[in-house]
Design a protein around this ligand. Sequence first.
Ligand code: ATP
Length: 347
Amino acid sequence: MNKLIQLKNLTKNFDDQQVLRGINLDIYENEFLTLLGPSGCGKTTTLRIIAGFEEPSGGEVLFDGIEISKLPPYKREVNTVFQKYALFPHLNVAENIAFGLNLKKVEKSVIDQKVGKMLKMVGLEGFEKRDVTLLSGGQQQRVAIARALVNEPKVLLLDEPLGALDAKIRKQMQIELKKIQQEVGITFIYVTHDQEEALSMSDTVVVMNNGEIQQIGSPTDIYNEPENRFVAGFIGESNIIEGIMIRDYLVEFDGFQFECVDKGFEDNEEIEVVLRPEDLDIVEPQDAKITGVVKNITFKGVHYEILVETENRIYKVQTTDYAEAGREVGLKFGPEDIHVMYRMGAY
Ligand code: ATP
């Protein structure tokens, strides 16, 4: 796949605050890439620099290999969809979608054909003449997406586009957006602070914190092989434990050695281990190395969340098996459930 956009050592300062600290990122054709991170980490600023609404303080933005940092937004082959739909209230659905094409003086029959195609794609056939102010939030956002896509940009930038929708519509729109992206076959760069949204839609997730990229990977990589404590803590729930990598495939934590599937660390390197709550099983104490007492059990619908207090810490476990508070239990997990990470400075 071709690299479409390259961010090279991108920095951005607002007054004396540095909000981007050297972002390096390659974005490919047809990729659904998500910038994920907590509020204020610099996601929107990165997107606005790609769109051309903001100039970087340092570094380069390349589009198809050409530096575009100084190019105004309208000259870039990108379009943006914001959380606030910003539709024109005095225009109906079809007129909103056709707006950009009318500006470009595209022939009417071509406009009608393109608008019809877009309405179909976003599931709003028959809504042409509707007043946009009377549409639901989800429908308004579909119009905004159609309006952005009708110009046939090479890249669609989406800044928390589903943020204003309620949970059920949001889930439905996530599935539809992914489908639309596959259908039009263009690059989507999506900004969200919602990890579930990022994992369910993206080809590539870029986890950011404090103006820096923490990890770039597929959703499964990011979830299963977090590279550091920040990523492990931000994505899903984790038990994070300090330990020692004795040698390849052998790790020690909580006073015991365990076989694992990780390698490539220094022998006896100080590392951290992630154990996902859903990967831990409750067994009889004699069947496990790590043992403890059930502190608390909470019913969560599909599973129980059980807190097990051991000598060194409290482990969080998600399981469908019930375990009474006060019971002595063992914690069982396999080599593939242990995820070894580099030990980082304090986050
Ligand atoms: P959110 O999810 O809350 O939108 P974000 O990760 O998208 O967060 P940004 O909007 O990129 O974060 O903001 C990063 C930092 O830059 C924040 O501290 C923000 O206050 C600051 N910032 C953004 N735009 C400006 C501006 N125009 N002037 C001054 N500071 C700004």
